[in-house]
Design a binder for this molecule. Sequence first.
Ligand SMILES: *Cc1c(COP(=O)(O)O)cnc(C)c1O
Length: 405
Amino acid sequence: MADVVYMDNNATTRVADEVLAAMQPFFADLYGNPSSMHSFGGQVGRHIDQAREKIAAILGAEPEEIIFTSCGTESDSTAILSSLQSFPGKRHIVTTRVEHPAVKHLCESLDSLTGHKHRLTQLAVERDGTLDLAAYEASLTEDTAVVSVMWANNETGVIFPIATMAEMAKSRGILFHTDAVQAVGKIPIDLARVPVDFLSLSGHKLHASKGIGVLYVRKGSPFVPFMVGGHQERGRRGGTENSAAIVGLGRACELAQANLARENSQVRALRDRLENGLLASVPRAMLNGHKRERLPNTTNISFEFVEGEAILLHLDRYNICASSGSACTSGSLEPSHVLRAMGVPFTAAHGSVRLSLSVYNTEAEVDIVLAKLPPIIAELRAMSPFWESSHSGSVGQSQCDCKCS
Ligand SMILES: *Cc1c(COP(=O)(O)O)cnc(C)c1O
């Protein structure tokens, strides 16, 4: 099998060698339970404490503000459900139309989950994926319990102004949660200056292992546990600590902090070279998402009149891993909720491809994609009746009888 060109780092990342090495002893020699009375277990607790300090450091937080969870999804659920329990009289939630399903689907399921009726505001985004702050401010009411807005979008990489948004919520006594799963390790974060109450992150998105997440809870912010059991995490999250993954995440955060400058120079330069090359060589290709207010590693490009999944299958022949905003053949008839919220035209939303890089990508890999992808688009368009008729000027969205409409 040819070498994999992995450009799907917003889906998951490889575990860094240094992280794997840090984790290894906790499967074999250091398997004790940190809650045990004996020192064999107790020593594991000290490693967990050190990891907690490293994770706090990359966030500009205090170690006591870090709670280990099983994943980003658990952190998101915990923060939002906790906020609603902290303010049982308030039944309004503000979020956006472009959140990850971990926030979006939870917010949409709150009535059936809690047995209470909630009012949900899902803020619209502009054509470039950015938010209208005036509309956000106008949405905040006396009844608003919590705002949950992602720091950076997983599909487009668009970054939201979390500092300003958290200030607006705080000045009204509203709790603020941010899903920062895509932001941590890619852009600087300093919670000493950004007054969020809760922040979620996930290990497997920053070169640690799957199955480990963090919920940051600001000192003094009200908190109600989600997982109730033992006294782990100071009674804020029951369950025996995933010590290997926690220690790995500590090491990953240390590496991410050291790599932050590289992320914004080397990774950004590779991403820009890839993006500019594709936009220049493929006709009717367009960038989805704000050009500058964006993560350095992500590009999302629409190739009109082709099916995103078909592009992915062709890329797969060359062992190039990417992802698509279209899921026509996998049962979902709608293109990505993010691209739809941005108002990306139907014929373009279906042909979107997300390429997300990491510090492990090379210029040679970018060149492979630049060589392989444009001919794939040309080949698929040659077979597309919509591309044909777009040239004769007769196709419009209304005339497209694609089953995916
Ligand atoms: C991946 C991701 C999640 C979910 O994290 P898991 O650890 O896989 O549960 C949540 N939010 C965003 C923005 C993500 O990219």
